[in-house]
Write a protein that binds this ligand. Structure first.
Ligand SMILES: NC(=O)c1ccc[n+]([C@@H]2O[C@H](COP(=O)([O-])OP(=O)(O)OC[C@H]3O[C@@H](n4cnc5c(N)ncnc54)[C@H](OP(=O)(O)O)[C@@H]3O)[C@@H](O)[C@H]2O)c1
Length: 291
């Protein structure tokens, strides 16, 4: 199906208030999109919406902590109240936490990085899938990371009670992102695509603000030295992933910058993808056959 332009398109963008998402938000605005910005910080949200409007777009800011399932559902409600369809769902928000935190969800307890970075995108997609289906062609883009190759999923223990390691928790949530977007692409009807996007190492964002120790120091030095990719380029590449017509046949793919590449070989494992899908549904108390 031929892809549409983003002029007038409805783009739901989580994590659009900082870093890669902030650059993408302004570019979506420049292209004339309606941008629904989701983040926790009201000041950053309001300022970003203003910037989107200055560039020529419009939209709204929905304040939500994606670590709360009622807040995730609130985002979907705010979207449905204002728009009849969603053209792009950009699941870009993520965090990395230095210490393990555990949150209660309907199906048990879950480690918070996995909750915010994977379960929240899964739930938001569930809530908005009808709106995506109603305006084909439409696209879901999950901002993943190359670090997913280092992720270890243990689906029988979603609290990850072993000794906590910040990078390990983040990597596993990013592996979940790639498994999810690939499985989502398999299940979505024709006209709705799903892609995973890895922006490269972008030390200039706020992602590593709470990362202490040697790694935190190395990231700060890398940022000062201009190592890695610029926030600007990574944000523009996210817009490419969301709107490039040449990606119309790329559903299920994994983009590194603007290039389609092979993700970790485990992503090709149907059984693992289905187990993650079903376990995510169980934790959220959803019917796993929702798609
Ligand atoms: N930077 C890199 O090197 C790199 C590499 C690979 C992949 N990525 C991915 O790129 C994406 C964007 O990250 P970034 O580097 O641009 O980081 P960032 O500057 O820290 O931006 C993260 C965004 O997510 C939002 N967010 C975080 N936790 C949230 C929560 N609980 N509820 C709602 N919103 C939340 C933040 O908004 P609030 O603070 O207002 O909530 C912010 O807008 C992430 O998916 C990250 O995993 C980044």
């Amino acid at each position: 199906m031929e892809w549409k332009t983003l002029d007038g398109a409805v783009v739901v963008l989580t994590g659009g208030t900082s870093g890669i998402g902030r650059v993408a938000a302004e570019r979506f605005g420049e292209l004339g999109a309606e941008v629904v910005l989701v983040g926790r910080d009201r000041n950053r949200g309001v300022a970003t919406l203003e910037a989107v409007r200055e560039k020529g777009g419009d939209g709204l800011f929905v304040r939500a902590d994606l670590g709360r399932l009622d807040a995730v559902r609130g985002v979907a409600e705010a979207v449905e109240e204002r728009y009849d369809g969603v053209d792009v769902l950009a699941l870009n928000a993520a965090l990395s936490l230095p210490e393990r935190e555990v949150t209660e969800v309907p199906g048990g307890r879950v480690e918070r990085v996995l909750l915010v970075n994977h379960l929240a995108p899964y739930l938001l997609t569930h809530e908005l899938v009808g709106h995506l289906e109603s305006t084909p062609p439409s696209r879901v883009v999950v901002t993943a990371s190359g670090v997913h190759t280092r992720g270890e999923l243990r689906l029988d223990d979603p609290t990850y009670t072993e000794e906590y390691d910040a990078l390990g928790a983040y990597a596993r949530s990013k592996l979940a992102n790639v498994l999810f977007s690939t499985e989502l692409a398999e299940r979505l009807p024709a006209g709705v695509d799903a892609l995973a996007y890895h922006p490269g190492f972008v030390p200039g964002t706020s992602l590593y603000r709470e990362t202490g120790g040697a790694f935190g120091l190395a990231v700060r030095v890398a940022s000062l030295l201009g190592v890695g990719r610029s926030v600007e380029q990574a944000g523009l590449d996210l817009v490419y992933a969301a709107g490039a017509p040449e990606l119309a046949d790329a559903s299920g793919g994994y983009l590194v910058g603007r290039d389609l590449e092979a993700p970790d070989s485990r992503v090709g494992n149907d059984t693992l993808r289905e187990r993650l899908w079903d376990e995510s549904a169980r934790l959220l108390d959803l019917d796993p056959d929702w798609l």
